[in-house]
Design a protein around this ligand. Structure first.
Ligand code: C2E
Ligand code: MG
Ligand code: MG
Ligand code: MG
Length: 283
């Protein structure tokens, strides 16, 4: 068979464009039925202590099996936000995560960390949904962490502050997700009380270049604000060691574990018992 270089004509381009429009439409329609059709499920990724690598929390990450097509949250969450479906989906996630965590016998002290979209947070029904999830699961509120993306701190600061205060009044923790990638000014952070800062993967990836300076600056700010720190997207022992040495509290990433189904968590044995190099162990 002869290889033919695809002919990039305007016709093909407009077909692709059309396909994408159809996809978006199909995804939106599918998403409308996803909860009812039980196509959504959560995976959990461990967050471990940098000190002794014991697991402290599990982040709930939403998955969608759209009739055998797996569509990532980066793709469908923005659509859910635009269409308003995020309210219903977000409430489902909150309930499921609290329910699952309340049944983690092997990890009865571990927290569950749930991503919350700004649209969801700003909705008047959010605190009710939160109370519902806590009440129906019986989960201790200290074991629930809510991850909110930093870029949200741009708009409507008063309402955000009120919502965060309502959350924390219930003893639920607030984490800033993807820290350093958003547009918030650091002074805004001062006025909002947060419990934890998650340093974005891009800075971990970039540690050999400018990433380290940004991580150190973030650690300084976090300690001034009495926040715990989590490094996201840790893929190698070298990264884990460097982050631990810098004083990051918690680590999360494929080096420790990929996100797993709830049923798999029970059997999960943390393969990494100590974040040290062989030479460090010898000392
Ligand atoms: P996020 O909250 O920053 O989650 C971290 C993402 O990085 C996850 O992707 C996770 O699977 C991935 N990850 C973790 N460790 C590593 C690593 O070592 N290497 C690499 N390459 N990736 C790693 P995922 O599950 O595709 O989620 C993407 C984003 O979608 C999340 O980013 C979050 O913003 C959003 N999301 C996921 N679940 C939910 C949800 O239930 N509600 C809302 N509102 N957003 C969600
Ligand atoms: Mg997150
Ligand atoms: Mg993140
Ligand atoms: Mg992210």
């Amino acid at each position: 068979e002869q290889k033919v270089t695809p002919n990039r004509t305007p016709v093909i381009f407009s077909n692709e464009l059309q396909q994408r429009v159809i996809d978006t439409q199909a995804i939106l329609e599918g998403l409308q039925q996803a909860t009812a059709r039980r196509q959504l499920y959560l995976c959990y990724q461990p967050i471990v202590s940098a000190k002794d690598s014991s697991f402290c929390a599990f982040e709930a990450l939403l998955r969608w099996d759209f009739d055998g097509r797996f569509i990532g949250p980066d793709q469908f969450i923005p659509l859910a936000e635009k269409s308003g479906l995020i309210k219903e989906i977000g409430a489902w996630v909150l309930n499921r995560a609290c329910m699952d965590a309340s049944q983690w016998q092997y990890a009865h002290n571990a927290a569950v960390s749930v991503n919350v979209s700004i649209i969801q947070l700003m909705d008047d029904s959010f605190i009710r949904a939160l109370d519902n999830a806590l009440r129906s699961s019986g989960l201790a509120p200290e074991r629930l962490h809510l991850e909110i993306t930093e870029s949200i701190f741009v708009d409507n600061k008063i309402k955000i502050k009120q919502q965060l205060e309502a959350i924390q009044a219930r003893k639920v923790h607030v984490s800033i997700d993807d820290f350093g990638t958003g547009y918030s000014s650091l002074s805004q952070l001062q006025t909002l009380s947060v419990n934890q800062v998650k340093i974005d993967k891009s800075f971990i990836d970039n540690m050999h270049h400018n990433g380290e300076a940004i991580i150190r600056a973030t650690l300084f700010i976090a300690s001034e604000l009495n926040c715990k720190t989590v490094a996201e997207g840790v893929e190698t022992l070298e990264q884990a060691l460097a982050l631990k040495a810098m004083g990051v509290d918690y680590l999360q990433g494929f080096y420790f574990a990929k996100p797993m189904r709830n049923a798999q968590l029970i059997d999960w044995q943390n393969p990494i018992t100590d974040i040290t190099t062989p030479s460090a162990q010898a000392k």
